[in-house]
Ligand binder design. Structure first.
Ligand SMILES: CCCCCCCC/C=C\CCCCCCCC(=O)OC[C@H](COP(=O)(O)O[C@@H]1[C@H](O)[C@H](OP(=O)(O)O)[C@@H](O)[C@H](O)[C@H]1O)OC(=O)CCCCCCC/C=C\CCCCCCCC
Ligand SMILES: Nc1ccn([C@@H]2O[C@H](COP(=O)(O)O)[C@@H](O)[C@H]2O)c(=O)n1
Ligand SMILES: [Mg+2]
Ligand SMILES: [Mg+2]
Length: 242
């Protein structure tokens, strides 16, 4: 989120970036920039794209996934999820990247993620009938939200949080959605392929846990360094004042 950018190209420090955000974002920025420019010419605002994209993801996840329609759910979600890359691109082309936009983008990311993993959980709690996978899915949902929270809270207390970790949002989505899309082919007669979704959910669960530990350790180190720095500066300031 929120990286400083110019002409649609990310210029943020890449320290600690996970693989997709580091490499795929640049590619999709190039691909999606003409489409973002087209929407701007049609008078569409970045906020509209953010809202419509989220609504599409939520609808795709909650209409199809609880019924076990993983292929069609993933198709609908995939059509809308790239709006998350288009809205920021539009804001940057317009020179209108704003704090409000950053807040809206991140907040609605959490809503979309909740719907995707909530849709899987509803399936396993219902006709999918698997308590263990329901629990793993709920862990994916909760840990993904906490992983994002660690960064937001760390940054809110003035720390750089200079690590993104092993599995950030793009990885969580790509692993889960690609697996769900292929697993959905089971309904079209492809045998055995439905096992991909449970495998993906376990990978996302373990990866999110590792990422959470990476971020907590980083915030602890950064906050200790910041507190020590503040303690060193405090006596100097009182000497200057007296
Ligand atoms: C046989 C047929 C099967 C059909 C299968 C169809 C499969 C298609 C499947 C999936 C496509 C999935 C695409 C997912 C794309 C995700 C794009 C996206 O939204 O990325 C968002 C991400 C982060 O954006 P932000 O910076 O706006 O968000 C920040 C983030 O949420 C932070 O969270 P944290 O990481 O901390 O947990 C928050 O902290 C922060 O607040 C928030 O603002 O954007 C990126 O990272 C950019 C990279 C995107 C890379 C997309 C790669 C897509 C790659 C491949 C998809 C195609 C796969 C096709 C398979 C086809 C098989 C037939
Ligand atoms: N409605 C919006 C959405 C996003 N922004 C800005 O873009 C940044 C996120 O970029 P992505 O490529 O990850 O979408 C966000 O931090 C905002 O600066 C906006 O202004 N308005
Ligand atoms: Mg976005
Ligand atoms: Mg986003």
């Amino acid at each position: 989120m929120g990286q400083p950018v110019a002409n649609g190209a990310a210029t943020a420090p890449t320290l600690g970036k996970a693989m997709l955000n580091k490499y795929a974002r640049a590619f999709f920025t190039r691909v999606l920039t003409p489409f973002a420019a087209f929407l701007i010419r049609r008078g569409v605002s970045p906020d509209t794209v953010t809202f419509i994209g989220t609504a599409g993801v939520v609808a795709g996840a909650l209409v199809f996934y609880p019924r076990g329609e993983f292929f069609w759910g993933t198709v609908v979600i995939t059509l809308f999820v790239f709006s998350d890359l288009v809205d920021g691109n539009m804001a940057r082309q317009l020179g209108r990247s704003s704090r409000w936009g950053a807040f809206l983008d991140s907040t609605l990311d959490r809503v979309a993620d909740g719907a995707i993993f909530g849709g899987f959980a509803l399936w396993y709690a219902g006709r999918g009938d698997d308590n263990v996978l329901c629990a793993v899915t709920l862990f994916c949902l909760a840990s993904g939200q906490v992983v994002s929270y660690t960064k937001a809270r760390g940054e809110a207390i003035g720390l750089p949080v200079a690590v993104n970790g092993l599995v950030e949002r793009a990885e969580r989505l790509v692993i889960s959605l690609v697996a769900a899309g292929f697993a959905g082919l089971h309904k079209f007669g492809v045998p055995g392929i439905d096992v991909l979704l449970p495998i993906a959910l376990w990978i996302v669960a373990v990866g999110s846990l590792v990422t959470l530990v990476q971020r907590v350790v980083t915030v602890r180190r950064e906050s200790e360094e910041a507190d020590q720095e503040a303690a060193r500066e405090a006596p100097q300031q009182s000497e200057t004042a007296s």
